[in-house]
Design a protein around this ligand. Structure first.
Ligand SMILES: C[S@@+](CC[C@H](N)C(=O)[O-])C[C@H]1O[C@@H](n2cnc3c(N)ncnc32)[C@H](O)[C@@H]1O
Length: 295
């Protein structure tokens, strides 16, 4: 019985659940590493879509507190389209569970979840960007990301550096790096831990003719020599992920390179950033604080 588990985090799994021919699917490379580390499994699959294999059974764990409704419906539609038998492990109200099931049982109505939206910097061209459910800020640009792009774009333009090497960590659909690139041509490296973010970022880079690469990683990169680091980290888990971002910035920037992070409240991130860089300057924009340091 070839079984695939979808939507399960490491804390949901037990050795018993993984007995036999069981594979685990995850969208995020951080969850992939966590599951591999604890359960020492060969069959952990990290991909933006349900892997196309002849599964006998797919078990899908979802609920309003676990993922967005759009991502749940998108994944469930993909699962139903495999033709395999499937089971829903729903964490939430019965009424919401039935609503999700009704939507996906209407097989004649195949929904398209890819979204296109526009973003631009002052004085720059309008960029058409795409995103998918699971991407941070699906269907629109994030205000914090826009604030970060505006400050980095403006300062990089003023610096006169030719074709700077820019690292956009936690890139999501790539909006920050691509907006900066629209006003100063860069050699871009876009990093994210989420496969759907990387899928969207790759597509956006290609559609906009941007130069550079995307990297699926939860631990930055070993590449060095960057002129600029831009990061809009997630701020859950006590700044643990913000620290991974800042550690990457410190390792990857060339001497004199600039690190920019964005946060709602500067006072929370400032002491963390000061552990990685000797000085931190605050630039306010759109109700956000951009924290700038030099390597
Ligand atoms: C607040 S969003 C920012 C997205 C985009 N840069 C923007 O400003 O709209 C944070 C992003 O960081 C990614 N992320 C979380 N942990 C990460 C890690 N350890 N390494 C790389 N990216 C990570 C998330 O998947 C998400 O896309």
């Amino acid at each position: 019985m070839k079984t695939l588990l979808v939507g399960y985090k490491v804390s949901d799994l037990t050795n018993k659940m993984l007995e036999g021919e069981v594979a685990v699917h995850t969208l995020d490379i951080y969850h992939y590493h966590s599951i591999k580390k604890i359960f020492k499994r060969d069959r952990v699959i990290c991909s933006p879509h349900i892997p196309d294999e002849p599964w006998d059974l797919i078990k899908f764990r979802t609920g309003p507190k676990l993922m967005s409704g759009e991502l749940a419906l998108d994944l469930l539609q993909e699962i139903a389209n495999t033709g395999a038998k499937w089971e829903l492990d729903y964490v939430g109200r019965e009424r919401d569970r039935n609503e999700l099931l009704d939507k996906v049982r209407d097989r004649k109505r195949q929904r398209v979840f890819r979204a296109e939206w526009e973003a631009s910097l002052p004085g720059g061209p309008k960029l058409k960007l795409c995103s998918y459910p699971g991407c941070f800020c699906h269907r629109r640009g994030d205000e914090g990301g826009l604030a970060l792009a505006e400050v980095v774009g403006r300062e990089l333009k003023a610096s006169g550096i030719e074709r700077p090497k820019l690292l956009d960590m936690g890139c999501g659909s790539g909006m920050v790096g691509l907006l900066v690139n629209s006003v100063v041509k860069c050699d871009l490296t876009l990093i994210d831990s989420h496969t759907r973010a990387i899928e969207a970022a790759q597509e956006n880079m290609k559609n906009l003719g941007a130069e550079g690469k995307t990297v699926l990683s939860d631990n930055g990169t070993d590449e060095t020599g960057f002129d600029v680091f831009a990061g809009n980290p997630p701020y859950y888990s006590d700044y643990r992920i913000a620290e991974v971002f800042l550690d990457t910035a410190r390792r990857c920037l060339k001497k004199g390179g600039a690190c920019y992070t964005v946060v709602k409240n500067a006072e929370n991130l400032r002491p963390v950033q000061e552990r990685y860089f000797p000085q931190v300057e605050t630039i306010n924009r759109r109700g956000y604080a951009i924290l700038k340091s030099y390597a």
